[in-house]
Ligand binder design. Sequence first.
Ligand SMILES: *Cc1c(COP(=O)(O)O)cnc(C)c1O
Length: 361
Amino acid sequence: MKYEFPVTLNTNPKEKPSPVGLPFGKYFTDHMFVMDYNQEEGWHNGRIVPYAPIQLDPAAIVLHYGQEMFEGLKAYKTPEGRVQLFRPHMNAKRTNNTNDRLCIPQIDEELYVDAIKALVEVDQDWIPEGEGTALYIRPFIFGDEPYLGVRQSMTYKFMIILSPVGPYFVNGLQPTKMYVEDVYVRAVKGGTGEAKCGGNYAAALKAQEIAHEKGYEQILWLDGIEQKYIEEIGAANAFFVIGDEVVTSELNGSILPGITRNSIIALCKEKGYKVSERKISIDELVDAYHAGQLKEMFASGTAAIVSPVGQLEYKGEKMVINNFEIGPVAKEMYDTIYGIQTGKIEDFMNWTVPVADEDEE
Ligand SMILES: *Cc1c(COP(=O)(O)O)cnc(C)c1O
C-alpha cells in the first residue's frame, strides 16, 4: 500500500454477533477510520481509532444544509482466507463524482482505497462466515464547519465504518413486491440523482412509507418530469428481461450509476446475453407483461447484489412476474457475482482486490 495510517487499537473489543440471522447494518466493528480536511492542509491526519460516537458542533453545516455523501461496498473472506474487496476503485471514483456535485473537495483515489484496506485489515476478524454474509463498508464525508449560512463547508471529515451483515432482505433471494410510484419523484436531470448523497434518501422516505403501508417492500421510481420512464429502485438499479433482451435504464443524469449494475451488464455481455441500456417506459413494461414477454425483473445493488421482483403494482394493476419466483438470469447473476466476491468462483473478470499486498501474504 502506498498510504499508511496510525492505528490506535480498541482496548475494549466488543463481542461479535452470531452470523446466523445477522441483520443488515445493525452491528459495527471495533475500529473506524477518520481523516480531516481544511484549506491549509487539505486532507490530512488519516487515522484508525476505536469505534466511538463523534463530537460535532451543533452548527455543523451537515446538520443544517445536508452537505454529505456516502458509499457502500463489501469485504469478503475466501475459503483460503484471503480478504478481498469488490471493485473498490469504482467507489473511489464515484465518491469524487459525488464530491464534485456537492462541492466537497476531491480525494486521492489511491488514498481512499488504502484507507478502506487498512481499516478492513484491522477488523478482518469481523468478516462473518455463512451464506449471504459479508463485511459491509460505509465510507462517508460531511461538512463539519460550524456556520449558519448556505455555502460549502471549509472543513470536512472523511470516515469509514464497518458492519458485519447478513442478506439485505431477510428472506434472501425471495422475490419482493414493488410499487411503481406515480406521485412523488426521486430525482430529475440536473439534480443530485446521480450523486450518492444522504439528501436523496431523506427525500424518498415519504413515498417509501406509503408503499410500506400498502404492503410493498420497495419503490420503482419513474422519471421526474413525465413520470413515464423507468429510473431505478430505492437504493438499487432496475433490470428487466423482456423477451430475450436483458435491459436496464440508460444513465441519464438522474440515475445512480451502480457498480453492481455495471458488473451485471459486463457479465451479461461476457455470457453472450443480448443486453441493452436504453429508455424503458412503464407503458412498454405493462405491454410486455400483457404479451407474456416480461420474463424477469430484479434490483441490483451492493447490499443485496441481486433481488428478484415478484410483483409490480402500477395504477392499481398487480402484475405477477415469473410466478413470484427468482428467474434464471437473476439467479445466474447473483451466483456468479457472489461467487467471485467470495472466491468460490475464479475471478475471470479481474474484479477483486486483496486487502493485504500480495507480497505480504
Ligand atoms: C448505491 C445505490 C445504487 C446501487 O449502487 P451499487 O454501486 O451497485 O451498490 C443504486 N441506486 C441508488 C439510488 C443508490 O444509492
